[in-house]
Design a protein around this ligand. Structure first.
Ligand SMILES: Cc1cc2nc3c(=O)[nH]c(=O)nc-3n(C[C@H](O)[C@H](O)[C@H](O)COP(=O)(O)O)c2cc1C
Length: 152
């Protein structure tokens, strides 16, 4: 059974809705999944190494920067060896802003720079996910799980 960690920062619940859809899909595929929130849970970068796959959701605020509650985590990522670790990024933003979903790009670029192998799609949703977006979340989760099979 694959062990998968889904992390999420969400101010108004949109990224969390995406995370829940991803978690539900992964569970239905008989994987072991742990969900943690940057707002409410203690998240240590070392624990990333305990999982076959880590998916990180961030909302974008304040010119698309990494959300405040995930900043320490972002800075500490360089303290662990993420070489060839399977990871993925997703989140909700609003295209009204100059930099749509920029925090997802920042997180994705940082993880890739540190050697992680990312799910090719960086999944971005406009505001609250609708039914089509939930299907996109499930497809994202499916691709991410398929990456685990490819390396085994
Ligand atoms: C003060 C503020 C700044 C924002 N800046 C951005 C931004 O730079 N880029 C973007 O894509 N969305 C931006 N947004 C929109 C949020 O990312 C969007 O509402 C998103 O759905 C929130 O996700 P959440 O419900 O998971 O917190 C901003 C929202 C607020 C309130």
């Amino acid at each position: 059974m694959n062990k998968i960690l889904v992390l999420c920062s969400s101010c108004t619940g949109n990224t969390e809705m995406m995370a829940k859809a991803i978690v539900d899909y992964i569970q239905k595929q008989n994987n072991q999944v742990v969900f943690k929130s940057f707002e409410f849970d203690l998240i240590e970068v070392e624990e990333l190494l305990d999982y076959d796959l880590v998916l990180i959701g961030t909302h974008s605020a304040d010119d698309g920067q990494i959300p405040y509650e995930a900043e320490d985590f972002y800075d500490e990522l360089s303290e662990v060896d993420l070489t060839d670790r399977l990871m993925g990024v997703f989140g909700s933003g609003e295209s009204f802003y100059d930099v749509f979903c920029e925090s997802i790009e920042l997180m994705g670029d940082h993880l890739e720079h540190l050697g992680a192998k990312l799910v090719p799609e960086r999944l971005k949703v406009e505001l609250e996910p609708d039914d089509d977006d939930i299907i996109r979340c499930e497809a994202f989760a499916e691709k991410a799980c398929a990456m685990i099979q490819e390396v085994h």
